[in-house]
Ligand binder design. Structure first.
Ligand code: PLP
Length: 398
């Protein structure tokens, strides 16, 4: 029997696959450092957990409006106004099962078969696959000297280009969009009437003097209704398992998303929604928890960068945000480790897992096989050990 052709072309999530392999080894009693993970290692703060327990005791356990409880959508609108400068209304928000569902529903609501979607390299592994699930076509955009430029966008534009996907701070390389890049993307979108999907899930995990600006805070873009803002509770609030994300978009898009969500999954877990409500309401009051988490990520980044910075075989541009380091391993390719010629980023990840019990992710999962991704969402001692393992491995390359 013929199943859907869509899946001939769509890959399983590589990050989840590799993380699962490391978890298997850990279960077998092997002491693996698992840095393939994409989630903060901090616990969900107590003030959020306590409110969720209360919601259960108060029997807030029934179906809710498919687009989310009104109080939560109001709190999100308030957050988008205060923290992001977006003139948001609760009617333009849908609460989803994580940011992933928000991304899928947005693309599903906008794209027609064969539409083209621009994706900046390196990209979050799910972007290209979700585009393909929507029967549209990802078009990869290279940066020029580490920057997104209008020229590159214009060069790749066709009459089928409908949307550009932006993630800042970026997974997997921690890149934060600067003012020039913001302007290039804005001008391109306005000139060509192209939507911008702005994934801001790492907005709070940002280092040094870097600043993130929400695309929908730009008045011109907002008025034209070109921006779809994606965010969620997973990373900033250490709530990956609760599955709460959200999308803000103009009326017609939100209408489609509501219809799709109502038929596909209905509401996000009611308990998780109440937890998210308290998380957002208590954000400023508990700001110390979140600032400390970001500070801890920064310390880990600095340790990693300081250990790897002078390595002759690998290079690492210090990430400006998120909790990932994208390490350039191109100088190792086609050289030898023991008797084995290293052919790919996957070979490196396999060797690190088998011989050194270190789990990281091949860069090809993010569109670039000259890199590997290491998540620094783990105890600083583990990060230090992992960096030294990579150094030791690099020294053994001939
Ligand atoms: N967007 C990016 C860039 C991510 O890295 C992730 C998770 O790894 C997500 C979205 C999905 O997050 P959620 O847990 O809210 O579905």
């Amino acid at each position: 029997m013929n199943l859907s052709d869509v899946f001939k072309n769509v890959e399983e999530s590589q990050t989840l696959k590799i993380s699962a392999k490391a978890k298997e080894m850990i279960k077998e009693g092997i002491d693996v450092i698992n840095l393939a993970v994409g989630e903060p290692d901090f616990d969900t703060p107590d003030y959020i957990k306590n409110f969720a327990k209360k919601a259960i005791d108060e029997n807030k356990t029934r179906y809710t409006d498919a687009s989310g409880i009104v109080e939560l959508r109001e709190a999100i609108a308030e957050k988008l106004k205060k923290e992001n400068g977006i003139n948001a209304k609760k009617e333009n928000i849908v609460v989803t099962n994580g940011a992933k569902e928000a991304i899928f529903l947005s693309l599903f609501s906008i794209l027609n078969p064969d539409d083209e979607v621009m994706v900046i390299l390196p990209y979050f592994t799910s972007y290209t696959e979700v585009i393909k699930l929507c029967r549209a076509k990802p078009v990869l955009i290279e940066k020029n000297n580490g920057k997104i430029t209008k020229e590159e966008l214009e060069n790749k534009k066709t009459d089928k280009t409908k949307l550009i996907m932006i993630c800042s701070p970026n997974n997997p390389d921690g890149h934060v969009i600067d003012e020039d890049e913001f302007k290039a993307i804005k001008d391109f979108a306005i000139k060509n009437n192209v939507f911008i999907l702005s994934d801001e899930i790492y907005e709070n995990i940002i280092f040094d003097d870097n600043k993130n600006k929400s695309f929908a805070s730009d008045e011109e873009l907002f008025k034209k209704g070109l921006v779809i803002t994606i965010n969620g509770m997973s990373k900033a609030f250490s709530m990956t398992g609760w599955r709460v994300g959200y999308v803000h978009a103009r009326d017609e898009i939100i209408k489609n998303i509501k219809v799709a969500k109502g038929h596909i999954s209905s509401n996000t877990s009611s308990i998780s929604q109440y937890a998210a409500l308290e998380a957002l309401k208590g954000f400023r009051e508990n700001i110390e928890i979140f600032e400390n988490n970001t500070e801890e990520f920064k310390k880990r980044r600095d340790v990693l960068v300081s250990i790897l910075k002078d390595d002759k075989n690998i290079s690492l541009k210090s990430p400006s945000g998120s909790f990932y380091a994208f390490i350039d391993i191109s100088k190792i390719l086609n050289r030898k480790y023991k008797d084995r010629t290293i052919k790919s980023d996957l070979d490196i990840c396999e060797i690190l897992l088998k011989d050194f019990n270190l789990s990281i992710t091949p860069g090809l999962a993010f569109g670039d096989g000259n890199f590997v991704r290491l998540s620094f969402a783990a105890d600083i001692k583990k990060i230090e050990k992992a960096a030294n393992i990579i150094k030791e491995f690099s020294e053994k390359i001939v």
